[in-house]
Design a protein around this ligand. Sequence first.
Ligand code: DAH
Length: 339
Amino acid sequence: MEEELQLLTREARSALESVADGEGLESLRVSYLGRKGRITALIRSVGALPAEDRPRMGQAANRLKKELELEFEKAEGRLREAAERRKTSREAVDVTLPGLALSRGRRHPITATLEEVIDIFSGLGFALESGPEIETEYYNFDALNMPADHPARDMQDTLYLEDGRVLRTHTSPVQIRTMEKTEPPLRMICAGKAFRADTADASHSPMFHQLEGLMVDRVVSLADLKGVLTVFARRLFGEETRLRFRPSFFPFTEPSAEVDISCVVCSGTGCSLCSRRGWLEILGAGMVDPEVFRAVGYDPEEWTGFAFGMGIERIAMLKHGIDDIRLFYDNDLRFLHQF
Ligand code: DAH
C-alpha cells in the first residue's frame, strides 16, 4: 500500500504540471480527490488493513490527500495568473509606436473661393440671397430682357426639362427673385451652380459656379460699380491689381462691360497666361436695364443700379494657377489635397 501511495503522488504531481486549463484541472481533481477518486478509494481501503498498520497508513494517506489538495490550489493559482498575463499582453499598447495620422477633410477649392468672394462682398454690405437651380424661362430669360425668339437667348446653350423649365444658365434670375420680394434700396449677392449645354474641355463645363451681385438705389452710377469691383479685385488678387472696363453687351444691363484685371502673373507686361495681352477677363457687369426694373415693378425713373456676374471656377483657376477646369470635378485627391 505504501508503494501505491507513492506512485499515486508521483502520478498526480506530473499530471498537475502538464495541466493546461481549468477544465483539465477539474477533471484531474475528480479522478484523484472526488468521491470515487483514487485517493479517496485508497483512504477507504485503510480500514481493511491489519489493525497495527491502520494508524500509520491512515495518517500517511491523509497527509497525501492534504498535500495534493494544496498542489491543486497552487495549480489553480498558476492557471489563473497565466490567463491574466495572456489578457494583458493582448491588450497592451506600445506607447512608443508612431501614431496613426487621421486624414482630415478639407474644403473643395470652389467652396473655398466662393466663401472668400462672399466674405469680401458681405464686408461691403451685400446680403447673401439664393434661388432655385431649376428655373422657369421667365426668371432665367424673359424678366432679364431676353424674350423668346430674341437672338440674345442664343448667347447661352440651355438645358431644357420636359416640362419647359430650364436648368438656370446663370445666377442672374436670383436678381429678379430678390427684387420681387424686396423694396429698394438693396444690395445682394448670390452664389451657386449654373448649367449650359457645353461640351467639357479645359475651359468649359456643363455645370459650373457663378457669383452674382446687384445694387439698387436712387443715384447709383458706373463709378459706384467701378469702386466696388476695384475693392473686390484688390482684396482677392492683391492691392496692385488694376481694373479695365471693355464695352460689351448683356440684355439685362445698359451700358454693359466685360471687366478685366491686370494679369496675376506678369502684372500687365504680357505672358503666356494672358496671351501677351497683360489683362485677364474676370466678369461681366453693367447698369441695370430699365426693362429689368419694369419687370419687377420698380420705377426706372426713380431707381438706378448696377449688376455683375462672375464665374467662380475662372477666379479659382487664376488664383491658384490651375489650367484645366475639369480638375475641379474629377475628385482626384492628389489635386484636391493641394488646397
Ligand atoms: N449672367 C451673365 C452670364 O452668365 C453674367 C453677367 C453679366 C451677370 C452682366 C450680370 C451682369 O449681373 O450685369 O454670362
